[in-house]
Design a protein around this ligand. Structure first.
Ligand SMILES: [Zn+2]
Length: 54
């Protein structure tokens, strides 16, 4: 299992997780983005709301 980059807790990912998927850490509630699936790696998702404009 990948670790939350914020609090270090293990984050459960499903077998069919895809790159770019957003997860929420159960432990600290941080939104995390899947940046790699093999092996699974997570990074903190951007917090700021972006206006994509289109
Ligand atoms: Zn966490």
């Amino acid at each position: 299992m990948p670790e939350c980059p914020v609090c270090g807790a293990e984050v459960t990912v499903t077998d069919d997780v895809v790159e770019g998927e957003l997860l929420v850490c159960d432990d600290c509630g941080t939104e995390l983005e899947v940046i790699s699936v093999d092996p699974p790696k997570l990074k903190e998702a951007p917090q700021a709301e972006e206006d994509w404009g289109e």
